[in-house]
Write a protein that binds this ligand. Structure first.
Ligand code: ME8
Length: 510
């Protein structure tokens, strides 16, 4: 049986989650659900990044201790992921003892392998990025991402000899063409390596909010250096070697494009330095934008939009969990930037969900109710819809496999469109009861059954409801795809329920 290990970045616990954090998490969740459907043993992890100056500053501002602050904000992430039906297998908090243990073991291994030394750091720092800059890499002394003035720093620190890994990283890129996807992001990562790597400062003595350095009690680790190791904490690094061997290095890290350098340069080098294989895949996605600007906490501070008005919990309350998930997956190709808007959610909802999917289920269940005594007929082996269905299955499978949920859903919606078109053409609502009507309805029910399976990673609860309405037992995910997504498994004789509209149209403009 195959295995699939997928991770999101761990989100800074300086503030509540926003729809940008939800974007990565929903994509990772849908991919995890798809791989579970394939029958693969799947591990999907997410969590919160709780150390560093940004978090310590936020706690101070709120008058709490850092620990009390992160307990509270981390709980808000759990709440948001529950609202979005995120099926994570583990939630890593970097203040947990298990994480301290993994970080200290991992970094001690690097220290003992001779890649950590003491020196003086002098340079510029952005607290929002928790990242170092040179004057040249900055925007005339301001952060190129956040636009804030950078802080001058001078500290005696421990350094990681990143420069020693330039050749090995280049070799890793050459030998693993799909280490970083998409290609444009791979090129960006590779050009970081090619431009020459400088050693990096990995500890702090000016703050105490961090994982203590085991060999120097005056220092804590720099937040990024502790955070990346969460991907190993989750699989038992330092605690369970068998688990590590089981899941590593075959990992899929899904990240936003602003953290490429950490994941595609530092992290593989850190693994090499600790004597581990680098992670096998990093998938980079673009940003959700509002008015062309990256949607995020810094934008909120500028007053452009109130992020709390469009928080994951507010959105799911307003539009329902499955429509919000669908919108995030379907609107923008993973890898590209995309504009976020409430109008966009309503438009997707009314067209793809109400008019296409909802309408299909409503029509079919209504006709079966009125003309087939509420009992769904079986599908035909030689149905005109069969080829459409088989194409949708093959295309969805290929698209999920290349981390393209948008294309996978497009393929699924082409089957919905083809089924609606077939119904328009045959007009079963005008037919009399009999074989011809049964054939059309059985084929439409089979198409709906397949749609409920193919769309289940995106819309788990609606698909379960559709399954129930067409009279099937259990859930669309009970059997593996190779068994269930085969034309002709709707055998008929099932009680079909009409029910309330799945997606009542939204009339009001947001
Ligand atoms: O960077 N559009 O945490 P973070 C799409 N703690 N995705 C977005 C987004 C947007 N507008 N805004 C945020 C950190 N994201 C570190 C990570 S990992 C070892 C440590 C998503 O809270 C995107 O995935 O700033 C981005 O990479 C992540 O949130 C950053 O979250």
């Amino acid at each position: 049986m195959g295995r699939f290990y997928i991770t999101t970045p761990i989100y800074y616990a300086n503030d509540a989650p926003h729809v940008g954090s939800a974007y990565t998490t929903v994509n990772a969740d849908a991919l995890a659900r798809w791989h579970r459907l394939l029958g693969e043993e799947t591990k999907f992890i997410t969590g919160t990044d709780e150390h560093g100056q940004k978090v310590a500053d936020a706690a101070l501002k709120s008058g709490s201790s850092p620990q009390a602050w992160v307990d509270q904000t981390s709980a808000r992430f759990v709440e948001a992921w529950d609202a979005l039906a995120i099926s994570y297998d583990d939630f890593i908090r970097t203040t947990e003892p298990r994480h301290y243990l993994s970080v200290q073991k991992f970094l001690t291994a690097i220290y003992e392998n001779g890649y950590i030394y003491k020196d003086v750091y002098q340079g510029l720092y952005c607290v929002s990025c928790e990242d170092y800059f040179t004057y040249e890499s900055s925007d005339e002394g301001k952060c190129p991402i956040h636009g804030r003035a950078l802080i001058e720093m001078e500290e005696e620190n421990w350094f990681f000899r990143l420069s020693a890994f330039e050749d090995r990283l280049l070799e890793h890129y050459a030998q693993n063409p799909d280490f970083v996807t998409p290609e444009t992001k791979r090129n960006e990562a590779l050009s970081f390596v090619k431009s020459g790597l400088k050693d990096i400062s990995i500890t702090r003595s000016s703050i105490t909010w961090g994982v203590p350095v085991p060999w120097d009690d005056q220092h804590v680790f720099y937040v990024w250096y502790d955070a990346l190791i969460n991907y190993l904490t989750a699989i038992g690094y330092g605690r369970d070697d068998d688990e590590v061997d089981k899941w590593w290095p075959a990992s899929h890290h899904l990240i936003g494009k602003e953290i490429i350098r950490f994941h595609c340069v530092w992290w593989p080098a850190m693994c090499m330095a600790a004597g581990l294989e680098p992670p096998s895949h990093v998938h980079v996605h673009g940003w959700l934008l509002i008015g062309g600007q990256k949607l995020g906490k810094t934008m909120a501070a500028s007053g452009a939009v109130k992020l709390s008005d469009i928080s994951p919990v507010v959105l799911t309350d307003e539009y329902g969990v499955d429509p919000v998930r669908y919108y995030l997956l379907r609107e923008t190709a993973l890898g590209n930037d995309g504009e976020f808007s409430l109008e966009g959610i309503v438009q997707r909802y009314n067209t793809d969900l109400a008019n296409n999917l909802g309408n299909l289920v409503a029509r079919v269940t209504t006709v079966v109710g009125s003309k087939c005594a509420g009992v769904g007929p079986g599908s035909q082996a030689d149905s005109p819809l069969r080829a459409e269905a088989e194409t949708a299955i093959a295309e969805s499978q290929a698209a999920w496999g290349r981390f393209a949920p948008q294309s996978a859903l497009e393929a699924t919606w082409r089957l919905i469109g083809a089924t609606n078109a077939y119904l328009e053409q045959r007009a079963p609502w005008k037919m009399d009861a009999g074989d011809e009507l049964d054939a059309v309805m059985g084929d439409a029910l089979e198409a709906i059954r397949l749609v409920a399976i193919l769309a289940s990673p995106a819309m788990p609860s609606v698909c379960e409801e559709i399954w129930r309405r067409i009279g099937l037992e259990g859930r669309p995910t009970d059997e593996v795809l190779a068994v269930s997504a085969v034309w002709g498994r709707y055998h008929g004789g099932h009680g079909v329920l009409k029910g309330e509209p799945l997606f009542p149209r939204i009339k009001a403009e947001p």
